[in-house]
Design a protein around this ligand. Structure first.
Ligand SMILES: Nc1ncnc2c1ncn2[C@@H]1O[C@H](COP(=O)(O)OP(=O)(O)OC[C@H]2O[C@@H]([n+]3cccc(C(=O)O)c3)[C@H](O)[C@@H]2O)[C@@H](O)[C@H]1O
Ligand SMILES: Nc1ncnc2c1ncn2[C@@H]1O[C@H](COP(=O)(O)OP(=O)(O)OP(=O)(O)O)[C@@H](O)[C@H]1O
Ligand SMILES: NC(=O)CC[C@H](N)C(=O)O
Length: 556
């Protein structure tokens, strides 16, 4: 009977749909696990397909190929560790989210996910059948139970596994980031260890996929002496890595040997990293090497330029200043200062000529009307036209720059500054934009490709935000102060509060009503907006799906 068991954890970054690429990654990890003398290489949930596949997994051709790739992997990885790998399993007319166990050239077990997540950004009820609770599988004399991600967020599956003889729990996950999510995961996993008295491995993938960022942060818990749980290994968030965890048999049962304890950065750093990794992987996985954005001299585009410089290197980013006569000298100088500090290219394109041409072309139809938002939006749209021309010509992904407060109230011009493919700060409220800029100016990490130091000029952080679409315009002329706006939005979006709850908190009824009107009234705009990395529990898109036509309004 064996008394030790080594598991190599693959905290790795698959790409959705890249079946050969993901299989190659698995083979490479298996070779390293074999080199390290492991008994088992564990890979995350749905590793062969990448996660989340959305409806792609409903294509029979895709699912059949994914299963065939797993069988090939088993056939190729014979003399060495077993492999645990997530992938779909189709049987007759049923489709499961499964964890496949491969050993000695064959598939030796399949665990079927029982608890399918269907809240927030998940909709697995739509895709998969509920699997029966599977029992443990045996490898080299150790009985392992593998609840698949959400299975371990509830007691039932782990309890059944413990009752049917599991000696350790290995939980493969595809768990996307939101702020402070590690605490939430830890709470659930500690509860499972306490209930089952079994050690538990929490293994998560890393990398960006559409609006989601998988943040790794895998860890290992042992049952504690006093009935609690003790963390004995913690991997860094966001980093792709292999790590080995050794188990030994003790009089109390199998226990993990304490291993590496990587530092967990604070929420500002993790949010920043998530936005950067989201952009980096969106670009890498969709084949872009370069990006372009309009740099106005304001704080939002300065932050997006900084995130992009860190993600792809300043040499791969083109910033463009597109001034009109409403652009202040200060904005011109601030944009130049910011690009200079970051070391990015800064081009200038005047928009007055194009604006005059558009206005002249429309003059016979506009006769007798007064200048209003129409003319302001023409400027914003011309910037979009010019930036998209650069994107077309040079293959640069156009980044949009609306923060969550603006996205929430529709404070952006459709087909204007909303033109673009990805928005790194889409889920970051404006009040957090300021603090995030200060954080980046104070901190530099080895995963940032941009320069260290005060890369965002302090005057950009301190001046009042303005769209500069008419003389002396300030955001606060048409919106409540950002502290008020963000607090009301957090109430309406994140917490689903009633208007009267917000009024009871001390906000003006008219302001609350206005924010509600803007929020519901701009649903159609968000439907057409660029995606961006999710860092909150209620990001616009999958977390919060509202009707575009909606006559319901709350009463105070
Ligand atoms: N329900 C609906 N479904 C589909 N389309 C709908 C629609 N409601 C209006 N529309 C269409 O949308 C048009 C109105 O939308 P749009 O053209 O965007 O214009 P609109 O939302 O009226 O104006 C843009 C707003 O964003 C602000 N802005 C602009 C640029 C930059 C910034 C910034 O600081 O970042 C802020 C600007 O001050 C203004 O408040 C209508 O004329 C109509 O064609
Ligand atoms: N003069 C300009 N030159 C280049 N891009 C511009 C210019 N004005 C606006 N933009 C683009 O349109 C976006 C929205 O700009 P605007 O100034 O209206 O709003 P904002 O939300 O205050 O953004 P910022 O803080 O970046 O100025 C900017 O982030 C920028 O990408
Ligand atoms: N893949 C999953 O089952 C994810 C759901 C899980 N509760 C999480 O967010 O971590």
């Amino acid at each position: 009977m064996t008394d030790t068991f080594r598991i190599t954890l693959g905290q790795l970054n698959p790409t959705v749909g890249d079946l050969p690429g993901n299989a190659a990654k698995a083979r490479e990890a298996w070779a390293a696990a074999r080199e390290a003398g492991a008994n088992l290489l564990a890979l995350p949930e749905m590793f062969i397909t990448g996660y989340q596949t959305q409806d792609l997994v409903l294509k029979p051709g895709f699912t059949q190929e994914a299963m065939a790739r797993i069988v090939d992997l088993a056939r190729d990885c014979v003399d060495g560790p077993a492999i645990g790998i997530g992938g779909p399993y189709a049987e007759e007319d049923r489709l499961y989210n499964a964890y496949w166990i491969l050993r000695g050239g064959k598939v030796v077990a399949r665990v079927l996910k029982h608890e399918l997540p269907h809240k927030q950004l998940f909709d697995e009820w739509r895709l998969f059948n509920v699997g029966p609770i599977s029992g443990p599988y045996s490898l080299d004399g150790l009985r392992i139970g593998s609840p698949v991600c959400e299975d371990a967020w509830w007691p039932e599956v782990c309890e059944t596994l413990a009752e049917t003889g599991a000696e350790i729990l290995l939980v493969p996950n595809g768990s996307p980031y939101h702020r402070n999510k590690l605490d939430l995961r830890m709470g659930h996993m500690v509860a499972r260890v306490v209930e089952t008295d079994l050690p538990l491995i929490y293994l998560n993938s890393v990398g960006g996929q559409d609006d989601q960022v998988y943040d790794g942060g895998s860890f290992v818990l042992n049952p504690g002496e006093d009935g609690g749980a003790v963390k004995v290994m913690q991997l860094a968030p966001f980093d792709e890595m292999l790590a080995h965890v050794d188990f030994t048999r003790t009089p109390q049962g199998w226990r993990a040997v304490p291993g590496r304890m990587d530092h967990q950065p604070d929420e500002w750093e993790q949010d920043y990293r998530a936005m950067m990794e989201g952009l980096r992987d969106y670009m890498r996985k969709s084949g872009f090497r370069k990006a372009v954005l309009g740099l106005s001299g304001g704080i939002d585009s300065a932050l997006v330029a900084t995130i992009a410089s860190d993600a792809i290197g300043p040499e791969n980013l083109r910033c463009v200043m597109l001034p009109s006569e409403y652009t202040s000298q200060a904005s011109l100088e601030d944009a130049a200062d910011c690009a200079g500090r970051l070391g990015t290219r800064l081009d200038t394109v005047q928009i007055e000529g194009a604006r005059d041409a558009v206005e002249n072309a429309l003059a016979h139809l506009m006769e007798g009307t007064q200048p209003d938002i129409t003319e302001e939006n023409i400027q914003s749209r011309l910037r979009g036209v010019m930036l998209m021309a650069l994107s077309n010509k040079f293959g640069e992904l156009l980044l949009t720059t609306g923060n969550k407060s603006e996205v929430a109230v529709g404070y952006a011009t459709i087909y204007g500054d909303m033109a673009g493919g990805y928005n790194p700060i889409k889920d970051l409220y404006k009040t957090r934009v300021f603090e995030t800029c200060r954080w980046r100016n104070r901190n530099h990490r080895d995963w940032m490709q941009g320069p260290a130091g005060e890369v965002i000029p302090p005057q950009i952080i301190s001046k009042p935000p303005s769209a500069e679409l008419r003389p002396n315009q300030k955001d606060q002329d048409s919106l409540p102060p950002y502290e008020v706006l963000d607090a009301i939005l957090e109430g309406l979006v994140e917490k689903d509060l009633a208007l009267k709850d917000l009024v009871a908190q001390g906000f003006e009824p008219e302001t609350v009503k206005k924010v509600e009107t803007l929020l519901y009234g701009s649903e159609w705009k968000r439907y057409q907006a660029a995606p961006g990395p999710r860092i909150s529990t209620k990001a616009f898109w999958l977390d919060r799906r509202y009707p575009l036509v909606n006559r319901w309004r709350d009463r105070i």
